[in-house]
Design a protein around this ligand. Structure first.
Ligand code: 5RP
Length: 221
């Protein structure tokens, strides 16, 4: 069985109690904290920046997985690295120079990755597989939590799994958007190994019950 990771998205957490929320979700079994950065430019919503990443950093030992939904990309990367991010992903069409942005993330001591919206073609992976530690497939259009999973994403996950296996490299394949207990197994069967879930976890009173139920579904794949 692959190593599966659950990455709760704090987009759906109670921001008035964020420290407690991230501690609780890690105690409930989260492997990563997924940190959604939206700029009201690349996506039509505005969320959180390096200051909040720095604030939650002492509360959790697990990696903080920063998903940049921002344009431009490069100038915010060092700030997130300093704020304690472990993994930084960005949307290739939001970067002027994809190879440079990936290298910049690594030069700042973080793992790097590319994110693909439902309508973004995978050719952006061509020629940069050796600079990618994660590929994130969006199964909703970015900008908001609580949307429904777009089934077409499964085909894309399968294609990325094929490319990762062909590369022979250790690259995480994350899926984000509308992931729930009911569909996590389908995403895993398609080839995903890392699962972002916001509303499915933070929207429920018992985080551990949801994460345990997700792991039980993954164990059947
Ligand atoms: O990146 C995102 C939206 O742009 C969120 O991470 C994602 O949508 C998670 O929320 P949910 O699990 O509620 O769909």
């Amino acid at each position: 069985m692959p190593t599966y990771r659950i990455a709760p998205s704090i987009l759906s957490a109670d921001f008035a109690r964020l420290g407690e929320e991230v501690r609780n979700v890690v105690a409930a079994g989260a492997d990563f904290i997924h940190f959604d950065v939206m700029d009201n430019h690349y996506v039509p919503n505005l969320t959180i920046g390096p200051l909040v990443c720095e604030a939650i950093r002492p509360h959790v030992q697990v990696p903080i997985d920063v998903h940049l939904m921002v344009k431009p990309v490069d100038r915010i990367i060092p700030d997130f690295a300093r704020a304690g991010a472990n993994l930084i992903t960005f949307h290739p069409e939001a970067s002027e120079h994809i190879d440079r942005s990936l290298q910049l993330i690594r030069d700042n001591g973080c793992k790097s990755g590319l994110v693909f919206n439902p309508g973004t073609p995978l050719h952006y992976l061509d020629h940069v597989m050796d600079k990618v530690d994660m590929v994130l497939i969006m199964s909703v259009n970015p900008g908001f939590g609580g949307q429904s999973f777009i089934p077409e994403a499964l085909k894309k996950i399968a294609e990325v799994r094929r490319r990762i296996d062909e590369s022979g490299r250790d690259i995480l394949l994350e899926v984000d958007g509308g992931i729930k207990v009911e569909n996590i197994a389908a995403a895993a069967a398609a080839g995903a190994d890392t699962f972002v879930a916001g509303s499915a976890i933070f929207g429920k009173p018992d985080y551990k019950a949801v994460i345990d139920a997700m792991r039980a579904e993954l164990a059947k794949v």
